[in-house]
Write a protein that binds this ligand. Structure first.
Ligand code: NAP
Ligand code: MG
Length: 497
Protein backbone atom coordinates (compact mmCIF):
# COMPACT_ATOMS: atom_id res chain seq x y z
CA UNK A 1 0.00 0.00 0.00
CA UNK A 2 1.33 3.43 -0.91
CA UNK A 3 2.34 5.51 2.06
CA UNK A 4 0.51 8.76 2.58
CA UNK A 5 2.72 11.85 2.57
CA UNK A 6 3.77 14.11 5.40
CA UNK A 7 1.66 16.78 3.74
CA UNK A 8 -1.41 14.54 3.84
CA UNK A 9 -1.03 14.04 7.58
CA UNK A 10 -0.33 17.70 8.25
CA UNK A 11 -3.45 18.70 6.34
CA UNK A 12 -5.52 16.13 8.17
CA UNK A 13 -4.14 17.36 11.48
CA UNK A 14 -5.01 20.95 10.59
CA UNK A 15 -8.64 20.03 9.90
CA UNK A 16 -9.03 17.63 12.81
CA UNK A 17 -11.74 18.18 15.39
CA UNK A 18 -10.46 16.94 18.72
CA UNK A 19 -13.08 15.85 21.26
CA UNK A 20 -11.90 16.40 24.82
CA UNK A 21 -14.99 15.64 26.89
CA UNK A 22 -15.67 12.57 28.96
CA UNK A 23 -18.01 9.96 27.46
CA UNK A 24 -20.59 8.92 30.04
CA UNK A 25 -23.89 7.10 29.59
CA UNK A 26 -23.81 7.44 25.83
CA UNK A 27 -22.95 11.14 25.57
CA UNK A 28 -20.06 13.53 25.73
CA UNK A 29 -19.97 15.64 28.88
CA UNK A 30 -17.74 18.27 30.39
CA UNK A 31 -16.44 17.48 33.85
CA UNK A 32 -19.08 18.38 36.43
CA UNK A 33 -16.56 20.78 37.96
CA UNK A 34 -15.91 22.37 34.57
CA UNK A 35 -12.20 21.69 35.08
CA UNK A 36 -9.92 20.76 32.21
CA UNK A 37 -6.31 19.79 31.77
CA UNK A 38 -3.92 20.36 28.87
CA UNK A 39 -3.23 17.73 26.26
CA UNK A 40 0.19 18.45 24.78
CA UNK A 41 1.78 17.27 21.55
CA UNK A 42 5.16 15.81 22.57
CA UNK A 43 6.63 16.33 19.12
CA UNK A 44 6.60 20.12 19.44
CA UNK A 45 5.29 20.97 22.90
CA UNK A 46 2.14 22.67 21.59
CA UNK A 47 -1.33 22.46 23.12
CA UNK A 48 -3.60 20.01 21.29
CA UNK A 49 -6.78 20.31 23.33
CA UNK A 50 -8.32 20.96 26.70
CA UNK A 51 -9.53 17.70 28.22
CA UNK A 52 -12.28 17.21 30.78
CA UNK A 53 -10.66 16.60 34.15
CA UNK A 54 -13.05 13.98 35.50
CA UNK A 55 -13.49 14.09 39.24
CA UNK A 56 -15.55 12.23 41.78
CA UNK A 57 -18.94 13.28 40.39
CA UNK A 58 -17.97 12.18 36.89
CA UNK A 59 -16.50 8.88 38.01
CA UNK A 60 -19.60 8.19 40.08
CA UNK A 61 -21.82 9.03 37.11
CA UNK A 62 -19.85 6.72 34.83
CA UNK A 63 -19.91 3.87 37.34
CA UNK A 64 -23.64 4.39 37.97
CA UNK A 65 -24.34 4.32 34.22
CA UNK A 66 -22.24 1.18 33.86
CA UNK A 67 -24.03 -0.43 36.81
CA UNK A 68 -27.44 0.47 35.45
CA UNK A 69 -26.59 -0.95 32.03
CA UNK A 70 -25.40 -4.14 33.67
CA UNK A 71 -28.39 -4.57 35.97
CA UNK A 72 -30.89 -3.93 33.19
CA UNK A 73 -29.14 -6.58 31.07
CA UNK A 74 -29.17 -4.40 27.92
CA UNK A 75 -25.77 -5.83 27.09
CA UNK A 76 -25.09 -8.79 29.36
CA UNK A 77 -28.55 -10.15 28.53
CA UNK A 78 -27.99 -10.26 24.78
CA UNK A 79 -27.38 -13.48 22.96
CA UNK A 80 -23.55 -13.56 22.66
CA UNK A 81 -24.05 -13.73 18.90
CA UNK A 82 -25.71 -10.33 19.06
CA UNK A 83 -22.89 -8.82 21.14
CA UNK A 84 -20.54 -10.26 18.57
CA UNK A 85 -22.23 -8.51 15.69
CA UNK A 86 -22.28 -5.15 17.49
CA UNK A 87 -18.61 -5.45 18.47
CA UNK A 88 -17.72 -6.39 14.89
CA UNK A 89 -19.50 -3.27 13.72
CA UNK A 90 -17.46 -1.24 16.23
CA UNK A 91 -14.24 -2.81 14.95
CA UNK A 92 -15.33 -1.95 11.42
CA UNK A 93 -15.84 1.67 12.45
CA UNK A 94 -12.38 1.71 14.04
CA UNK A 95 -10.98 0.50 10.73
CA UNK A 96 -13.07 3.01 8.80
CA UNK A 97 -11.64 5.81 10.98
CA UNK A 98 -8.12 4.41 10.82
CA UNK A 99 -6.41 7.60 9.67
CA UNK A 100 -8.17 9.81 12.17
CA UNK A 101 -7.48 7.50 15.12
CA UNK A 102 -3.87 6.91 14.07
CA UNK A 103 -3.38 10.64 13.77
CA UNK A 104 -4.84 11.21 17.24
CA UNK A 105 -2.44 8.62 18.66
CA UNK A 106 0.52 10.16 16.86
CA UNK A 107 -0.29 13.73 17.89
CA UNK A 108 -1.09 12.71 21.45
CA UNK A 109 1.74 10.27 22.18
CA UNK A 110 4.50 11.18 19.73
CA UNK A 111 4.41 7.77 18.08
CA UNK A 112 5.45 7.51 14.42
CA UNK A 113 2.47 7.59 12.08
CA UNK A 114 3.89 4.56 10.27
CA UNK A 115 3.43 2.62 13.54
CA UNK A 116 0.04 3.94 14.58
CA UNK A 117 -1.36 3.10 11.12
CA UNK A 118 0.23 -0.36 11.02
CA UNK A 119 0.26 -1.52 14.64
CA UNK A 120 -1.75 0.48 17.16
CA UNK A 121 -5.07 1.14 15.46
CA UNK A 122 -5.32 -2.02 13.31
CA UNK A 123 -4.17 -3.96 16.38
CA UNK A 124 -7.02 -2.52 18.44
CA UNK A 125 -9.58 -3.29 15.72
CA UNK A 126 -8.24 -6.84 15.44
CA UNK A 127 -8.45 -7.28 19.22
CA UNK A 128 -12.12 -6.24 19.22
CA UNK A 129 -12.81 -8.56 16.27
CA UNK A 130 -11.00 -11.48 17.89
CA UNK A 131 -12.94 -11.34 21.15
CA UNK A 132 -16.18 -10.66 19.30
CA UNK A 133 -15.65 -13.75 17.19
CA UNK A 134 -14.69 -15.83 20.21
CA UNK A 135 -17.59 -15.00 22.46
CA UNK A 136 -20.28 -17.12 20.83
CA UNK A 137 -17.95 -20.14 20.81
CA UNK A 138 -16.98 -20.44 24.44
CA UNK A 139 -19.35 -22.36 26.69
CA UNK A 140 -19.47 -23.86 30.15
CA UNK A 141 -19.12 -27.42 31.40
CA UNK A 142 -21.34 -30.21 32.57
CA UNK A 143 -19.23 -31.90 35.21
CA UNK A 144 -19.23 -35.37 36.76
CA UNK A 145 -21.05 -35.55 40.08
CA UNK A 146 -23.58 -37.66 42.00
CA UNK A 147 -26.10 -39.38 39.78
CA UNK A 148 -29.02 -37.49 41.25
CA UNK A 149 -27.44 -34.15 40.32
CA UNK A 150 -26.77 -32.19 37.17
CA UNK A 151 -23.63 -30.17 37.72
CA UNK A 152 -23.12 -27.07 35.62
CA UNK A 153 -20.05 -24.84 35.65
CA UNK A 154 -20.61 -21.55 33.89
CA UNK A 155 -18.85 -18.24 33.47
CA UNK A 156 -20.78 -15.05 34.09
CA UNK A 157 -19.73 -11.43 33.56
CA UNK A 158 -18.47 -9.79 36.75
CA UNK A 159 -20.37 -6.53 36.33
CA UNK A 160 -18.64 -3.16 36.20
CA UNK A 161 -15.07 -3.37 34.95
CA UNK A 162 -12.77 -0.36 35.23
CA UNK A 163 -9.80 -0.30 32.88
CA UNK A 164 -6.92 1.98 33.82
CA UNK A 165 -4.32 2.11 31.07
CA UNK A 166 -0.97 3.72 30.19
CA UNK A 167 0.25 6.04 27.46
CA UNK A 168 2.73 3.95 25.51
CA UNK A 169 0.19 2.11 23.34
CA UNK A 170 -2.94 4.01 24.34
CA UNK A 171 -5.63 2.51 22.11
CA UNK A 172 -4.01 -0.93 21.92
CA UNK A 173 -3.54 -1.46 25.66
CA UNK A 174 -7.07 -0.18 26.23
CA UNK A 175 -8.46 -2.64 23.68
CA UNK A 176 -6.74 -5.57 25.38
CA UNK A 177 -8.92 -4.76 28.41
CA UNK A 178 -12.24 -3.53 27.04
CA UNK A 179 -12.56 -6.03 24.19
CA UNK A 180 -12.64 -9.20 26.34
CA UNK A 181 -14.52 -7.39 29.13
CA UNK A 182 -17.27 -6.20 26.78
CA UNK A 183 -17.41 -9.45 24.84
CA UNK A 184 -18.05 -11.28 28.12
CA UNK A 185 -21.01 -8.98 28.83
CA UNK A 186 -19.56 -6.53 31.34
CA UNK A 187 -19.94 -2.77 31.40
CA UNK A 188 -16.69 -0.84 31.17
CA UNK A 189 -15.36 2.45 32.51
CA UNK A 190 -12.14 3.25 30.69
CA UNK A 191 -9.62 5.62 32.26
CA UNK A 192 -6.97 6.55 29.71
CA UNK A 193 -3.64 8.03 30.78
CA UNK A 194 -3.76 11.78 31.23
CA UNK A 195 -0.84 11.83 28.77
CA UNK A 196 -2.79 10.17 25.95
CA UNK A 197 -6.58 10.40 26.31
CA UNK A 198 -7.61 11.33 22.75
CA UNK A 199 -8.19 8.05 20.94
CA UNK A 200 -10.04 6.55 23.91
CA UNK A 201 -12.39 9.53 23.98
CA UNK A 202 -13.05 9.21 20.25
CA UNK A 203 -13.93 5.54 20.67
CA UNK A 204 -16.97 6.50 22.73
CA UNK A 205 -18.79 8.00 19.78
CA UNK A 206 -17.88 5.04 17.58
CA UNK A 207 -19.19 2.66 20.23
CA UNK A 208 -22.52 4.43 20.19
CA UNK A 209 -22.64 4.40 16.39
CA UNK A 210 -21.93 0.67 16.44
CA UNK A 211 -24.94 0.08 18.69
CA UNK A 212 -23.29 -0.49 22.06
CA UNK A 213 -26.00 0.64 24.47
CA UNK A 214 -25.53 3.81 26.54
CA UNK A 215 -23.70 3.14 29.80
CA UNK A 216 -21.99 -0.02 28.60
CA UNK A 217 -18.81 1.78 27.53
CA UNK A 218 -17.70 4.96 29.30
CA UNK A 219 -14.50 7.00 29.16
CA UNK A 220 -13.33 9.22 32.01
CA UNK A 221 -10.14 11.12 31.27
CA UNK A 222 -8.54 13.00 34.12
CA UNK A 223 -5.29 14.40 35.41
CA UNK A 224 -4.25 11.91 38.05
CA UNK A 225 -7.51 11.49 39.96
CA UNK A 226 -10.00 9.11 38.34
CA UNK A 227 -7.76 6.03 38.42
CA UNK A 228 -7.60 6.10 42.18
CA UNK A 229 -11.29 6.91 42.49
CA UNK A 230 -12.13 3.86 40.38
CA UNK A 231 -9.75 1.64 42.34
CA UNK A 232 -11.36 2.73 45.63
CA UNK A 233 -14.92 2.62 44.28
CA UNK A 234 -17.35 0.35 46.15
CA UNK A 235 -19.37 -0.34 43.02
CA UNK A 236 -16.56 -1.33 40.64
CA UNK A 237 -16.32 -5.12 40.54
CA UNK A 238 -13.04 -5.52 38.71
CA UNK A 239 -10.12 -3.27 37.93
CA UNK A 240 -7.85 -4.15 35.02
CA UNK A 241 -4.68 -2.12 35.07
CA UNK A 242 -1.70 -1.66 32.81
CA UNK A 243 1.00 0.65 34.08
CA UNK A 244 3.90 0.91 36.46
CA UNK A 245 4.63 -1.56 39.24
CA UNK A 246 4.46 1.20 41.85
CA UNK A 247 0.93 2.21 40.90
CA UNK A 248 -0.02 -1.46 40.58
CA UNK A 249 0.93 -1.97 44.22
CA UNK A 250 -1.27 0.98 45.21
CA UNK A 251 -4.20 -0.38 43.25
CA UNK A 252 -4.07 -3.68 45.13
CA UNK A 253 -4.13 -1.70 48.37
CA UNK A 254 -7.10 0.38 47.19
CA UNK A 255 -8.98 -2.83 46.45
CA UNK A 256 -8.20 -4.03 49.96
CA UNK A 257 -9.36 -0.75 51.44
CA UNK A 258 -12.64 -0.90 49.56
CA UNK A 259 -14.64 -3.81 48.20
CA UNK A 260 -11.94 -6.38 47.31
CA UNK A 261 -12.64 -5.83 43.66
CA UNK A 262 -10.76 -8.22 41.40
CA UNK A 263 -7.49 -6.62 40.41
CA UNK A 264 -5.50 -7.58 37.32
CA UNK A 265 -2.12 -6.00 36.81
CA UNK A 266 0.09 -5.74 33.74
CA UNK A 267 3.17 -3.96 35.03
CA UNK A 268 6.73 -3.07 34.22
CA UNK A 269 9.65 -5.10 32.98
CA UNK A 270 13.39 -5.26 32.55
CA UNK A 271 13.43 -8.03 30.02
CA UNK A 272 16.60 -9.97 29.20
CA UNK A 273 17.53 -10.71 25.61
CA UNK A 274 20.19 -13.44 25.68
CA UNK A 275 22.47 -14.02 22.69
CA UNK A 276 24.49 -17.23 22.82
CA UNK A 277 27.69 -17.57 20.85
CA UNK A 278 26.13 -20.33 18.74
CA UNK A 279 23.36 -18.01 17.48
CA UNK A 280 23.00 -18.87 13.80
CA UNK A 281 22.16 -15.42 12.48
CA UNK A 282 23.89 -12.58 14.30
CA UNK A 283 22.60 -9.99 11.84
CA UNK A 284 19.01 -10.91 12.53
CA UNK A 285 19.73 -11.03 16.27
CA UNK A 286 21.34 -7.58 16.15
CA UNK A 287 18.47 -6.00 14.21
CA UNK A 288 16.03 -7.60 16.57
CA UNK A 289 17.97 -6.49 19.66
CA UNK A 290 17.86 -2.89 18.41
CA UNK A 291 14.14 -3.11 17.65
CA UNK A 292 13.51 -4.69 21.06
CA UNK A 293 14.65 -1.51 22.79
CA UNK A 294 14.38 1.31 20.26
CA UNK A 295 10.97 0.58 18.75
CA UNK A 296 8.36 2.98 20.19
CA UNK A 297 11.17 5.09 21.69
CA UNK A 298 11.83 2.26 24.15
CA UNK A 299 8.48 3.02 25.79
CA UNK A 300 7.59 -0.65 25.91
CA UNK A 301 6.82 -2.86 28.87
CA UNK A 302 8.48 -5.77 27.04
CA UNK A 303 11.49 -3.71 25.97
CA UNK A 304 14.55 -5.93 25.66
CA UNK A 305 16.39 -3.46 27.85
CA UNK A 306 19.03 -5.92 29.08
CA UNK A 307 21.06 -7.42 26.26
CA UNK A 308 23.04 -10.39 27.56
CA UNK A 309 25.85 -11.36 25.20
CA UNK A 310 28.20 -14.35 25.45
CA UNK A 311 31.78 -13.18 25.73
CA UNK A 312 33.21 -14.88 22.60
CA UNK A 313 30.99 -12.90 20.24
CA UNK A 314 30.67 -9.69 22.22
CA UNK A 315 32.76 -7.30 20.11
CA UNK A 316 31.57 -8.61 16.77
CA UNK A 317 27.95 -8.63 17.87
CA UNK A 318 27.92 -5.19 19.50
CA UNK A 319 29.29 -3.64 16.30
CA UNK A 320 26.23 -5.01 14.55
CA UNK A 321 23.84 -3.82 17.27
CA UNK A 322 25.28 -0.30 17.18
CA UNK A 323 24.92 -0.25 13.38
CA UNK A 324 21.32 -1.47 13.66
CA UNK A 325 20.55 1.15 16.32
CA UNK A 326 21.61 3.95 13.97
CA UNK A 327 18.55 3.13 11.84
CA UNK A 328 16.40 4.60 14.62
CA UNK A 329 16.57 8.35 14.13
CA UNK A 330 14.27 10.54 16.17
CA UNK A 331 12.17 12.73 13.89
CA UNK A 332 8.75 14.26 13.21
CA UNK A 333 6.25 11.49 14.04
CA UNK A 334 3.93 12.72 11.28
CA UNK A 335 6.53 12.00 8.62
CA UNK A 336 5.87 8.50 7.23
CA UNK A 337 9.61 7.79 6.97
CA UNK A 338 10.20 8.45 10.68
CA UNK A 339 11.12 5.32 12.63
CA UNK A 340 11.40 6.93 16.05
CA UNK A 341 9.17 9.63 17.48
CA UNK A 342 9.14 11.77 20.60
CA UNK A 343 9.26 10.79 24.26
CA UNK A 344 5.77 11.17 25.75
CA UNK A 345 6.36 14.33 27.78
CA UNK A 346 8.89 16.50 29.53
CA UNK A 347 8.66 14.56 32.80
CA UNK A 348 9.54 11.29 31.08
CA UNK A 349 12.24 13.04 29.04
CA UNK A 350 13.93 14.24 32.23
CA UNK A 351 13.56 10.82 33.81
CA UNK A 352 15.27 9.10 30.90
CA UNK A 353 18.03 11.73 30.77
CA UNK A 354 18.55 11.18 34.51
CA UNK A 355 19.13 7.49 33.89
CA UNK A 356 21.54 8.32 31.09
CA UNK A 357 23.50 10.54 33.49
CA UNK A 358 23.61 7.70 36.01
CA UNK A 359 24.75 5.39 33.20
CA UNK A 360 27.65 7.64 32.30
CA UNK A 361 28.98 7.20 35.85
CA UNK A 362 28.53 3.45 36.13
CA UNK A 363 28.93 2.10 32.59
CA UNK A 364 30.66 2.71 29.28
CA UNK A 365 28.66 4.69 26.72
CA UNK A 366 28.73 2.98 23.31
CA UNK A 367 26.18 5.07 21.44
CA UNK A 368 23.96 8.14 21.80
CA UNK A 369 23.23 9.64 25.19
CA UNK A 370 21.81 12.99 24.09
CA UNK A 371 18.58 14.86 23.79
CA UNK A 372 18.28 15.94 20.16
CA UNK A 373 16.28 18.39 18.03
CA UNK A 374 15.45 20.60 20.98
CA UNK A 375 14.70 23.48 18.60
CA UNK A 376 11.52 21.68 17.51
CA UNK A 377 10.10 22.10 21.01
CA UNK A 378 9.68 18.32 21.13
CA UNK A 379 11.13 15.69 23.46
CA UNK A 380 13.57 13.58 21.47
CA UNK A 381 16.30 11.26 22.74
CA UNK A 382 18.62 9.32 20.46
CA UNK A 383 19.18 5.56 20.77
CA UNK A 384 21.59 5.03 23.65
CA UNK A 385 23.69 1.95 24.45
CA UNK A 386 25.75 1.28 27.56
CA UNK A 387 28.22 -1.51 28.20
CA UNK A 388 27.58 -2.52 31.79
CA UNK A 389 30.58 -3.27 33.94
CA UNK A 390 28.92 -3.82 37.34
CA UNK A 391 25.93 -6.10 37.74
CA UNK A 392 24.49 -3.69 40.31
CA UNK A 393 24.31 -0.78 37.87
CA UNK A 394 21.07 1.13 38.38
CA UNK A 395 20.41 1.36 34.64
CA UNK A 396 20.67 -2.43 34.36
CA UNK A 397 18.15 -3.05 37.15
CA UNK A 398 15.46 -0.36 36.95
CA UNK A 399 12.89 0.05 34.23
CA UNK A 400 13.82 3.19 32.28
CA UNK A 401 11.01 3.19 29.72
CA UNK A 402 13.11 5.00 27.15
CA UNK A 403 15.63 4.24 24.39
CA UNK A 404 18.44 3.06 26.67
CA UNK A 405 20.01 -0.37 26.28
CA UNK A 406 22.27 -2.04 28.86
CA UNK A 407 24.68 -4.67 27.56
CA UNK A 408 25.79 -7.35 30.01
CA UNK A 409 28.50 -9.93 29.24
CA UNK A 410 28.32 -13.57 30.40
CA UNK A 411 30.33 -16.75 29.95
CA UNK A 412 27.97 -19.70 30.40
CA UNK A 413 24.28 -20.47 29.83
CA UNK A 414 23.82 -20.98 33.58
CA UNK A 415 25.27 -17.58 34.30
CA UNK A 416 23.02 -16.00 31.66
CA UNK A 417 19.90 -17.52 33.20
CA UNK A 418 20.98 -16.46 36.68
CA UNK A 419 21.51 -12.85 35.58
CA UNK A 420 18.29 -12.89 33.53
CA UNK A 421 16.22 -14.06 36.50
CA UNK A 422 17.94 -11.75 38.97
CA UNK A 423 15.21 -9.12 38.60
CA UNK A 424 12.01 -8.14 40.37
CA UNK A 425 10.35 -8.29 36.98
CA UNK A 426 9.40 -11.22 34.75
CA UNK A 427 7.52 -9.97 31.71
CA UNK A 428 9.47 -11.08 28.62
CA UNK A 429 12.74 -12.84 27.83
CA UNK A 430 14.50 -14.08 24.73
CA UNK A 431 17.24 -16.50 23.87
CA UNK A 432 19.15 -16.79 20.62
CA UNK A 433 20.86 -20.13 19.98
CA UNK A 434 21.04 -22.79 17.28
CA UNK A 435 21.12 -25.59 19.85
CA UNK A 436 17.67 -27.08 20.39
CA UNK A 437 18.46 -28.35 23.86
CA UNK A 438 19.89 -25.01 24.99
CA UNK A 439 16.81 -23.27 23.58
CA UNK A 440 14.36 -25.45 25.47
CA UNK A 441 16.32 -25.69 28.70
CA UNK A 442 16.85 -21.96 28.89
CA UNK A 443 13.22 -21.23 27.98
CA UNK A 444 12.11 -23.43 30.83
CA UNK A 445 14.45 -21.74 33.28
CA UNK A 446 13.54 -18.18 32.38
CA UNK A 447 10.98 -16.74 34.80
CA UNK A 448 8.92 -14.69 32.37
CA UNK A 449 5.40 -14.65 30.95
CA UNK A 450 6.67 -14.74 27.38
CA UNK A 451 9.87 -16.32 26.08
CA UNK A 452 10.96 -15.74 22.51
CA UNK A 453 13.46 -18.08 20.89
CA UNK A 454 15.47 -16.69 17.97
CA UNK A 455 13.16 -13.70 17.77
CA UNK A 456 11.93 -10.82 19.91
CA UNK A 457 8.50 -9.25 20.21
CA UNK A 458 7.21 -11.65 17.57
CA UNK A 459 3.56 -12.70 17.72
CA UNK A 460 0.91 -10.14 16.88
CA UNK A 461 -1.67 -12.91 17.18
CA UNK A 462 -4.25 -12.68 19.91
CA UNK A 463 -3.66 -16.36 20.71
CA UNK A 464 -0.72 -15.79 23.02
CA UNK A 465 -1.55 -14.89 26.64
CA UNK A 466 0.40 -11.80 27.65
CA UNK A 467 1.49 -10.85 31.14
CA UNK A 468 4.10 -11.21 33.77
CA UNK A 469 5.69 -13.29 36.49
CA UNK A 470 6.78 -11.73 39.77
CA UNK A 471 6.35 -7.95 40.00
CA UNK A 472 5.44 -7.69 36.33
CA UNK A 473 1.91 -8.46 37.42
CA UNK A 474 -0.79 -11.13 37.48
CA UNK A 475 -3.40 -12.38 35.07
CA UNK A 476 -3.05 -12.36 31.32
CA UNK A 477 -4.25 -10.13 28.51
CA UNK A 478 -5.02 -11.55 25.05
CA UNK A 479 -6.11 -15.12 24.25
CA UNK A 480 -9.19 -16.87 25.60
CA UNK A 481 -7.52 -16.82 29.03
CA UNK A 482 -8.22 -13.08 29.18
CA UNK A 483 -11.92 -13.91 29.50
CA UNK A 484 -11.15 -15.53 32.86
CA UNK A 485 -10.36 -12.08 34.26
CA UNK A 486 -13.73 -10.67 33.35
CA UNK A 487 -15.96 -13.54 34.43
CA UNK A 488 -16.87 -15.27 37.66
CA UNK A 489 -17.09 -19.04 37.74
CA UNK A 490 -20.41 -20.37 38.93
CA UNK A 491 -21.24 -23.91 40.02
CA UNK A 492 -24.92 -24.78 39.67
CA UNK A 493 -26.08 -28.06 41.21
CA UNK A 494 -29.53 -29.25 40.18
CA UNK A 495 -31.06 -32.08 42.21
CA UNK A 496 -33.17 -34.28 39.99
CA UNK A 497 -34.90 -36.44 42.57
P1 NAP B 1 1.51 4.69 35.43
O1 NAP B 1 2.14 5.96 35.81
O2 NAP B 1 1.50 3.58 36.41
O3 NAP B 1 0.04 5.04 34.94
C1 NAP B 1 -0.82 4.05 34.42
C2 NAP B 1 -2.25 4.50 34.63
O4 NAP B 1 -2.53 4.53 36.02
C3 NAP B 1 -2.55 5.88 34.10
O5 NAP B 1 -3.83 5.87 33.53
C4 NAP B 1 -2.47 6.71 35.35
O6 NAP B 1 -3.23 7.88 35.29
C5 NAP B 1 -3.06 5.80 36.38
N1 NAP B 1 -2.68 6.13 37.75
C6 NAP B 1 -1.63 6.86 38.20
N2 NAP B 1 -1.61 6.91 39.54
C7 NAP B 1 -2.68 6.19 39.96
C8 NAP B 1 -3.21 5.85 41.24
N3 NAP B 1 -2.62 6.26 42.37
N4 NAP B 1 -4.32 5.09 41.29
C9 NAP B 1 -4.91 4.64 40.16
N5 NAP B 1 -4.47 4.93 38.93
C10 NAP B 1 -3.36 5.69 38.83
O7 NAP B 1 2.22 4.07 34.14
P2 NAP B 1 2.54 4.82 32.79
O8 NAP B 1 3.71 5.71 33.02
O9 NAP B 1 1.30 5.37 32.21
O10 NAP B 1 2.96 3.61 31.85
C11 NAP B 1 4.23 3.07 31.85
C12 NAP B 1 4.26 1.79 32.67
O11 NAP B 1 3.32 0.86 32.15
C13 NAP B 1 5.60 1.09 32.59
O12 NAP B 1 5.98 0.62 33.85
C14 NAP B 1 5.33 -0.07 31.66
O13 NAP B 1 6.19 -1.15 31.83
C15 NAP B 1 3.92 -0.41 32.00
N6 NAP B 1 3.30 -1.16 30.92
C16 NAP B 1 3.04 -2.48 31.10
C17 NAP B 1 2.46 -3.22 30.09
C18 NAP B 1 2.16 -4.67 30.27
O14 NAP B 1 1.34 -5.19 29.55
N7 NAP B 1 2.76 -5.34 31.23
C19 NAP B 1 2.12 -2.61 28.87
C20 NAP B 1 2.40 -1.26 28.72
C21 NAP B 1 2.98 -0.54 29.75
P3 NAP B 1 -2.54 9.30 35.05
O15 NAP B 1 -2.06 9.31 33.66
O16 NAP B 1 -3.63 10.25 35.27
O17 NAP B 1 -1.40 9.40 36.04
MG1 MG C 1 -0.37 13.49 25.06
Amino acid sequence: MEKKSLEYWQNLAASLHIEGRAFIDGEYRDAASGNTFDCVNPSDGTLLAKIADSGEADVNAAVAAARHAFETRVWAGLNPRKRKSILLRWAGLIRAHMDELALLETLDAGKPISDTTSVDVPGAAYCVEWFAEAIDKVGGEVVPSDHHLVGLVTREPIGVVAAVVPWNFPILMASWKFAPALAAGNSVVLKPSEKSPLAAIRLGQLALEAGIPAGVFNVVPGAGGPGKLLALHEDVDCLAFTGSTNVGKLIMQYAGQSNLKRVWLELGGKSPNIVMADCADLDRAANSAAGAIFYNMGEMCTAGSRLLVQREIKDKFLDKVVAAARAYKPGNPLDPVTSMGAIIDEVQLERVLGYIEAGRKEAKLLLGGERVDQASGGYYIEPTIFDITSSDAKIAREEIFGPVLSVITFDTAEEAVRIANDSDYGLGAAVWTSDLTTAHEMSRSLRAGTVWVNCYDEGGDMNFPFGGYKQSGNGRDKSLHALEKYTELKSTLVRLR
